[in-house]
Ligand binder design. Structure first.
Ligand SMILES: Cc1cc2nc3c(=O)[nH]c(=O)nc-3n(C[C@H](O)[C@H](O)[C@H](O)COP(=O)(O)O)c2cc1C
Length: 388
């Protein structure tokens, strides 16, 4: 077992182990990747205020996210095609999250189905749903989530149409991979990955193929997806989705205070300040820059979470100190999963937990639920002083 001390260690192993097509799918942003890059670099603009001679014993990272107890306020974000990063990847990630005591959110675009994950894990998980035109399909998704005892639904609102990632087009990304000379060459020397993939039966989009009308195989899937993302989405439609699901609801993909207020009005329990990890609108602000004005606008009206660019416990600490109640991680756990399956996800969580705990203590704080901006030094104008 290699020694893992930081998330970057996992990324390096992941890159060697998984076919380039799937590594690129994860490790890229849309168009010029400006937002993808700034999601990370903007965290570095914020400094932590070191304090000394303050009793730092008895620290706790335990908290709650949407009323659910968590060992630390960090959730695993929905990531499509996780089951291509590692065979049965969604099950491995959900198990690691359950054992650690943090929430796992399954993507609609997952390889393992809702039922697969429910049957193979103990802890309740969250289900992420895209805003599709096909209401029957969406209603069935919510019904299946209810039957699987999912403890929350997440509606992703920032994907009315797809941002373009150049590498995916050039790599001919698909699940399962199309067999071309290039993809065969790519996969042939990732032997452990390939053997595990051959052993599993889960290689298609398990929540769609066989569930959506007219989608019986992978070839009809891309047509269905293309026609079903709802470019006409509006807040009334989101209210309809709210009515389809009576459990806790989270709206993911909010970057503007006005949209955050709309989310309060539709009766969501929480929002995620997120630019989809820089995969949608290239040129959008980083999430950490967007957080402050959103917190100021919504106050205590709704629970606010943040994702995009979180790679360390220090990042989590900064977001929490700015007012977020929790962070979600995407790539940070996918690196672990691709590197070493469930154990790698556990390692990613262990690394982030340790960084959060130690950094919090060195800032003179002992309770993750009682952080505030006083531990931060935020550059003037960080959230922007923009022309009207
Ligand atoms: C490979 C990949 C696939 C993703 N698929 C989905 C998805 O199916 N649904 C969704 O709501 N978000 C999806 N996201 C966005 C994540 O939920 C999350 O917002 C993002 O990864 C956070 O940024 P980070 O990766 O820098 O932590 C995906 C992200 C990645 C990297």
């Amino acid at each position: 077992m290699p020694v893992i001390t930081e998330i970057e260690d996992l990324r390096r192993i992941y890159k060697r182990r998984v076919p380039k097509m799937f590594y690129d799918y994860c490790e890229s942003g849309s168009w010029s990747e400006q937002t993808f890059r700034e999601n990370l670099s903007d965290f570095e603009q914020i400094y932590l205020r070191q304090r000394v001679a303050i009793d730092m014993t008895g620290r706790s990272t335990a908290s709650q996210m949407i009323g659910q107890d968590v060992a630390m306020p960090v959730a695993l974000a929905p990531v499509g095609m996780t089951g291509m990063q590692h065979a049965d990847g969604e099950i491995h990630a959900a198990r690691a999250a359950g054992k650690f005591g943090v929430p796992y959110c399954l993507s609609t675009m997952s390889i393992c189905s809702i039922e697969d994950v429910a049957e193979n894990t103990d802890a309740p998980f969250w289900l992420q749903v895209y805003t599709m035109k096909d209401d029957d399909y969406t209603q069935r998704l919510f019904d299946r989530a209810r039957a699987a005892k999912c403890s929350a639904a997440v509606i992703t609102v920032d994907l009315q149409m797809l941002g373009q990632r150049h590498k995916d087009i050039k790599n001919g990304l698909s699940a399962p991979p199309k067999l071309t000379a290039k993809s065969i060459a790519d996969m042939s020397w990732r032997v452990p990955w390939g053997l595990e993939m051959l052993r599993t039966k889960r290689r298609f989009f398990g929540n769609i193929v066989g569930h959506a009308k007219g989608v019986g195989d992978a070839s009809s899937l891309s047509d269905w997806t293309h026609h079903n993302f709802d470019q006409g989405l509006n807040w009334d439609r989101i209210r309809e989705f709210r009515r389809m699901w009576d459990g806790p609801l989270i709206i993911k993909g909010i970057m503007d205070p006005r949209d955050a207020l709309e989310a309060c009005n539709v009766g969501a329990d929480a929002i995620v300040v997120s630019n989809h990890g820089g995969r949608q609108l290239d040129g959008a602000l980083s999430s950490i820059r967007a957080l402050g004005p959103i917190m100021d606008a919504v106050g205590d009206r709704i629970e606010v979470h943040l994702d995009s660019g979180v790679r360390s416990g220090q990042d989590v600490l900064k977001a929490l100190a700015m007012g977020a109640k929790g962070c979600w991680i995407g790539r940070a756990y996918v690196y672990g999963l691709g590197a070493m399956g469930e154990r790698g996800v556990s390692e990613a969580l262990r690394v982030i937990h340790k960084e959060l705990d130690v950094s919090m203590g060195l800032c003179g704080r002992t309770d993750v639920r009682a952080l505030d901006r006083d531990i931060l030094m935020i550059p003037r104008g960080f959230s922007g002083d923009w022309e009207d």
